[in-house]
Design a protein around this ligand. Structure first.
Ligand code: FAD
Length: 525
């Protein structure tokens, strides 16, 4: 009874606010298994994201109890004469309101993981098929829970993000990258099948073989073509342990040459390559700057001055090798043979050894440290760029040693290369037009501590300057986790792929009601 009243209230609110001309009793008859909520806590949560930069209040929040709930809601939105928008929200870890909507319903996909008291309780837990080496997961499942479930069977997904408290549907809508991408491709290259609710409210299964257009559209599709309710993800035998190594460089071209050499080994047998290749730019040792680099300090702090940083900047190559205890006797030789070909500063080898799950979940530990100091829930004006290999040195000169100047202490700056041939060109993602491109991720936090150079305004301005610098210098970067506000910018972002993106949108979400927080399309009335 209480549920019905709440639902009626939510629907009345939709009717008043967006002129929805649907008979409320019709929506009540949708009979969702979960719950449509207007609870202020739910609405407030769905209004915000990790970026803490934009805020948009939905009319109501759906805690789905099943994929059918999502299909019913989207169909109601599609068929209503005025229309209302529907945005899936994974774990709300976007930066610029990509999962928000102001005139519709947000679907909280990851409710169960957060122990929500509303809905989501009956959603299927990850189903591991050991023989087939895959796992079927709910679209809102967090990667940490996928990992825990598959490890029970000695298996694990192959391709990761650095941080595991992200949803499957959220990362598959973008790409999903980490240091394994050079070898296995992004997460979107490691999916066999999806269940998707399209913008017409149809629940469809898709894969390379079945409804392939929808499958490729949705992967990296920024939530524009449908809501992923199930993903079938490729697995491999889970390694037991990880040898995790960091070495330093003061010379940028030596650093990138070594990174590019390591990712060129992707086709070799596993004993002859690393399993993970990343890197970052080091500018100082403050917690906020290096929250991802815990194992340098405090036990083995790096003094930048002591290793002769060139212009105050050091580059850290981060590599790992997975192994099992039974084959542990060869790991030292394998690592040594690979390291022999690298040209890092000899005195700067930092090594640690840990269980596989601890390595994969490393950023969560950093999160807990920042949370303890109230440094996690702050604005995050992050900027992620894919940079063509041929122009990465220009970025070093113009950005790391140029625009960032001496005020570089606001967060980690990741830099690592990937092989384009590991990205399926049929997906919706766009990457630079070169065989190798870099991720450059400026993961900065804005602090309200009176220091101008750490303010949101200052950092946002710097991001603009970086984008203008790339534009002026003709560096054809592509934003990862893109944020644009005009149609022209989006068309420019997608380039040759725009026409196809637009056609797919008209086919799968003709009323443009899905994921409007991306600001690519306006809903039609
Ligand atoms: P949300 O932010 O909730 O949603 C993102 C978009 O996807 C929205 O448009 C939303 O409508 C849509 N969406 C969400 N769920 C679905 C679904 N089921 N079906 C269809 N559309 C959906 N990314 C990397 O690739 N590698 C990293 O190493 C990495 N590390 C990160 C670390 C931190 C601390 C943070 C905050 C982010 C990181 N990210 C990384 C970025 C992350 O991939 C994005 O934030 C991504 O959007 C996933 O977050 P989410 O699950 O919270 O999705």
């Amino acid at each position: 009874m209480a549920t019905k009243l709440l639902l009626t209230f939510a629907i009345c609110r939709l009717i008043v606010t967006v002129g929805l001309t649907v008979d409320p009793s019709e929506l009540l008859r949708l009979g969702v298994e979960g719950q449509l909520s207007v609870d202020p806590y739910d609405v407030e949560t769905a209004s915000l994201d990790f970026g803490l930069i934009s805020r948009s209040e939905p009319m109501a929040v759906l805690h789905p109890g099943s994929a059918d709930d999502i299909a019913r809601l989207v169909q109601a939105a599609y068929l209503s004469s005025q229309g209302f928008t529907v945005s899936a929200r994974g774990h709300g870890h976007s930066i610029n309101g990509q999962a928000q909507t102001s005139n519709g319903v947000v679907i909280e996909m990851s409710g169960r993981s957060r122990g929500s008291r509303l809905g989501s309780g009956n959603l299927a837990k990850p189903q591991v098929a050991v023989k087939e080496m895959h796992v079927d997961v709910w679209g809102g499942e967090l990667w940490i829970d996928v990992l825990r479930s598959t490890l029970e069977h000695g298996l694990a997904p192959k391709s990761w993000t650095d941080y595991l408290y992200l949803s499957v549907g959220g990362t598959l809508s973008n790409g999903g990258i980490s240091g394994q991408a050079f070898n296995h491709g992004p997460q979107i290259s490691n999916v066999y099948e999806l269940d998707v609710v399209t913008g017409k409210g149809e629940l469809m299964t898709c894969s390379e073989e079945e409804n392939s257009k929808l499958f490729h559209a949705v992967l990296g599709g920024l939530g524009q073509f449908g809501i992923i309710t199930r993903a079938r993800i490729a697995l491999e035998p889970a390694p037991q342990r990880v040898r995790w190594i960091r070495v330093l460089y003061s010379n940028f071209s030596t650093f990138t040459r070594d990174q590019e050499h390591l990712i060129s080994l992707h086709g070799k047998p596993s004993t002859l390559k690393f399993d993970y290749v990343e890197g970052f730019v080091i500018v100082d040792e403050g917690l906020i700057n290096n929250w991802r680099s815990s194992f340098f300090s405090p036990r083995n702090p790096v003094k930048i001055s002591s290793v002769g940083a060139n212009g105050g900047v050091l580059y850290c190559l981060e590599i790992t090798k997975n192994y099992d205890e039974s084959t542990g006797d060869t790991i030292d030789q394998e690592v040594e043979a690979l390291m022999k070909n690298l040209n890092f500063i000899p005195s700067t080898v930092f090594t640690t050894d840990l269980p596989y799950i601890d390595f994969l979940d490393r950023v969560h530990k950093a999160e807990l440290k920042l949370r303890a100091k109230d440094l996690w829930e702050v604005p995050h004006p992050w900027l992620n760029l894919f940079v063509p290999k041929s122009r990465i040195a220009d970025l070093d000169r113009g950005v790391f040693k140029g625009i960032l100047g001496n005020n570089k202490t606001s967060g980690p700056i990741l830099i690592y290369p990937m092989n384009k041939n590991k990205w399926d060109q049929r997906s919706s993602v766009v990457t630079p037009d070169e065989d190798v491109f870099y991720l450059v991720a400026l993961l900065r936090s804005a602090l309200d501590n009176g220091e101008e150079t750490q303010s949101l305004e200052y950092l946002t301005n710097q991001n603009r300057k970086i984008l203008s610098f790339c534009d002026d210098a003709g560096i054809e970067v592509k934003q990862y986790l893109p944020h644009y506000t005009t149609r022209e910018e989006w068309m420019d972002h997608f380039g040759d792929k725009w026409e196809q993106f637009y056609r797919r949108k008209m086919e799968f979400d003709p009323r443009r009601i899905l994921a409007t927080g991306q600001r690519i399309f306006n809903p039609s009335s």
